[in-house]
Design a protein around this ligand. Structure first.
Ligand code: HEM
Length: 217
């Protein structure tokens, strides 16, 4: 079986279509723009990083640029922490398994609570605040490597992870170079709507402004 056939088989047998497609990217990008609109100082810090790299050069971003945009990476990782769009995943265990004080018999279905991990105050002291500094190299080095798992972990993790991150970075750079985003919504007032991909209930208003011609690159 070649790589494409394997991917097709995994897609058709395992996952609801929303989880494996562009829906995940669309929802995460919308969540990210809302976070940036609600936190202007973070949006401007990100814009400054992008502006410093591109200056007056009108060329579009490409993959090799992203090693020079560390704050962009932090912003996306923090968005996926705060809004774990796939908040939980099931796992059926193959053998009797001891976890802490509990012995789970073979075939038990356990739920990995991704959102619970991401909002654990022992890992993130202010779990409901949008704070990309949760993902500075220093902060990451102090936490367990599975303290942020929006794409799951292990051999069955998300096969589209790299593609999704690339698409989100390309889109955000293009959007932020041209527009600024504004809202009066407070992130703490947002309600989530459960589904295969968790979205924000009822939508939310964002004002999009064209950046000044002088500031725009
Ligand atoms: C922000 C974007 C995305 C997030 C947060 C995300 C998250 C996840 C998660 C949590 C899983 C479950 C893995 C598990 O059960 O351990 C998964 C599986 C999967 N994802 Fe994604 N995903 C995203 C984008 C994508 C994209 C763009 C594609 C396709 C190009 C994709 C393809 C898949 C496939 C095929 C699986 C099933 C893997 C398997 O069962 O072996 N995902 N994803």
């Amino acid at each position: 079986m070649n790589g494409a056939e394997k991917l097709q088989m995994r897609e058709s047998k395992q996952m609801p279509p929303q989880i494996r497609g562009s829906e995940t990217i669309r929802v995460t990008l919308a969540n990210c723009l809302l976070c940036l609109a609600a936190c202007q100082e973070i949006q401007e810090k990100l814009y400054a990083e992008i502006n410093q790299l591109f200056g007056t050069d009108p060329r579009p971003a490409e993959e090799s640029d992203f090693k020079n945009l560390p704050y962009l990476d932090q912003v996306i990782r923090e968005t996926l922490r705060l809004f774990a769009i796939i908040p939980a995943i099931p796992r059926q265990i193959e053998n009797d398994t001891q976890i802490g004080a509990h012995l789970y018999p073979k075939d038990t279905i356990l739920i990995v609570n991704i959102a619970g991990i991401h909002h654990n105050p022992k890992l993130y002291p202010e779990p409901y605040k949008f704070n990309p500094d949760n993902f500075t190299p220093e902060a990451v080095s102090k936490r367990h490597r599975h303290s942020s798992i929006p794409f799951s972990a292990g051999p069955r993790n998300c096969i589209g992870k790299e593609f999704a991150q690339l698409m989100m970075k390309l889109s955000l750079v293009a959007l932020l170079r041209t527009f600024s985003f504004h809202t009066s919504i407070k992130l703490e007032d947002i309600k989530l709507k459960p589904g295969p991909v968790e979205t924000i209930s009822g939508g939310y208003p964002i004002r999009i402004k064209l950046r000044d011609e002088g500031a725009r690159r």
